[in-house]
Design a protein. Structure first.
Ligand SMILES: [Zn+2]
Length: 280
């Protein structure tokens, strides 16, 4: 005997048609369903819990610099498949598909700009492009904007978002760690500041090179920052990791970064740092 009648599915299917896919995003932190317009208006930060979703390099540039001040450098630089990588997918194919998906040539956007009239060099990594992986083009563009900033006697800011080195380029990817670090050492020798901004996630060779060399190191809330991931460390160290391990909050508590800054506060914070370190 049926006690409850099965509900009609008519209403459910109608509702489904009224909610096209891709309009709503579920916050991985608090589970809130957020409409994409609300998310864009709030700089891709969840209002109830403050979770910072990934931000494209272009959106980041627009959010940080004085309107119309950004002059992009090396915009047409593209990677080549120097190792003729053979894998699940050919490197060239992957590059083309990510270029189409993101509208970027590679995983970093660089240029000169101003914040409240103060000139500086800027590099912003894009996690949507092959996981923000560091390859020859990424290293070359970052090195060039550092060198141009040293030449122009201006500060440089790098916003990191990366899973680490790009396996398709092997040792050519790894040598970018030394190359970017060398350029930063020369920038520091000229007594010019470098501000590093770590976003979710900043891992591998990027953490192990330029990202942690900042005179001031800032991070977005709850960003995962580390070298190897927690699973790998757990397996190697054979021990449980402390709660919050590899989060920005954990690193701040242990003195590895200087401040955690909400995305909306990053621009005024950088202006303040420039004031203290450069402009008097
Ligand atoms: Zn949330």
């Amino acid at each position: 005997m049926t006690i409850f009648k099965r509900p009609s599915l008519k209403f459910a299917s109608k509702r489904k048609r009224e909610m096209p896919e891709g309009l709503w995003t579920k916050c991985p932190e608090c589970g809130e369903m957020i409409h994409h317009l609300a998310l864009e208006q709030n700089l891709r930060v969840c209002s109830p819990c403050g979770y910072h979703f990934s931000f494209s390099a272009r959106d980041r540039v627009a959010n940080l610099v004085d309107e119309g001040s950004f002059v992009e450098t090396q915009a047409s630089l593209e990677s080549i498949d120097v190792l003729k990588f053979k894998g699940v997918a050919a490197y060239e194919e992957r590059l083309r598909s990510y270029q189409k998906k993101t509208g970027e040539k590679d995983a970093v956007v660089t240029g000169n700009a101003t914040i409240e009239g103060r000139p500086f060099g800027l590099a912003v990594m894009d996690f949507q492009f092959l996981g923000g992986s560091m390859a020859s083009v990424v290293g070359e563009k970052i090195t060039s904007i550092i060198e141009a900033s040293t030449q122009a006697e201006q500060p440089v800011v790098i916003v990191a978002a990366s899973g680490g080195a790009r396996m398709y380029e092997g040792v050519f990817s790894l040598m970018q760690m030394a190359k970017t670090s060398g350029a930063l050492a020369r920038h520091a020798a000229a007594k010019l500041p470098f501000v590093s901004v770590l976003t979710n996630p900043t891992m591998g060779g990027v953490t192990a090179s330029f990202a942690t060399l900042g005179d001031v190191i800032l991070a977005e809330p709850k960003s995962m920052i580390g070298f190897a991931g927690p699973r790998v460390i757990r397996e190697i160290a054979h021990q449980e990791l402390p709660p919050g391990f590899q989060t920005a909050e954990f690193l701040l508590e242990h003195g590895l970064i200087d401040a955690i800054v909400h995305r909306a506060q990053l621009r005024p914070r950088l202006a303040m740092i420039f004031d203290h370190l450069v402009f008097h």
